[in-house]
Design a protein around this ligand. Sequence first.
Ligand code: 8HG
Length: 291
Amino acid sequence: MYKEVVKYEKGIVLKDVRDFELKHIFDCGQCFRWNEEPDGSYIGVASKKAVRISKKHEDIYIHGGKFEDADFWISYLDLNRDYKKIKEVLSKDKILMEAIKHGEGIRILNQEIFETIISFIISANNRIPMIKRAVENISKRFGEEILLDNKIYYTFPSPEELKNATVDDLKNCGCGFRAEYIVETTRQILDGNVNLNEIKTMPTDKAQKELMNLKGIGPKVADCILLFSMGKHDAFPVDVWVKRVMQHFYLAPDVNLAKIREYGRNTFGEYAGFAQQYLFYYVRELKGKLE
Ligand code: 8HG
């Protein structure tokens, strides 16, 4: 929800945006290419565009953003969605009410599919700073240079650009044992034996199964891809953090991942993905305090 887009000398402004906090959006775990600057703005690269985003009152400044890309940013930042309504519905649950207080400005970004696939393959058994480093290294090595304020940034490579990357190259980027999965998955996508655009149109459970035909993609990584790049807001990715919070507040301690996923999807329905994100951000803050 935004009122209008206007130009200013350095980019564009999206006026009167509600339910939007930079820190909540860019540091809630859904993305790996946004970094906070000393003044509280965030610089990032999305779909071959480098920008610096800041917020003043209710206005979002996209420094380096082109007017003709306004629709891209509105979609990327999910500004056409009414998060007030989502939060009202989810706040009926007491735990979520707390989680939402903590991350009230979260929005689920609409990210590029291939980048999200590779990033979440790297996320398996990994920590966020290490994931960010590996994704950055891959971009430096295989992406294209772009400039913002005379500084060089790098786009995330397309499948074609990543085609010639070897297992050793990717290990050197910090991907570890996941390097082989990335080489194989890139090949599978280029061969066309997995059609990502078709998967995007499938219902969530079927789409999850299809994505799991790609090397290095299990149920949880698939759910992240569905939620963060395919608009499947009923996906409920269960990693160790979400598992912990669900077992602590909602379920028995011995319930397995598949059951937690099912419970999350049944309880939160079309908003399961949003619920998951508020919980993920909240529980990482609570950390050791749960046990
Ligand atoms: O946004 C995320 N949701 C969930 N459920 N898991 C995530 C997100 N982001 C993210 O990095 N992870 C996973 O959490 C990847 C990795 O296994 C771990 C990092 O702490």
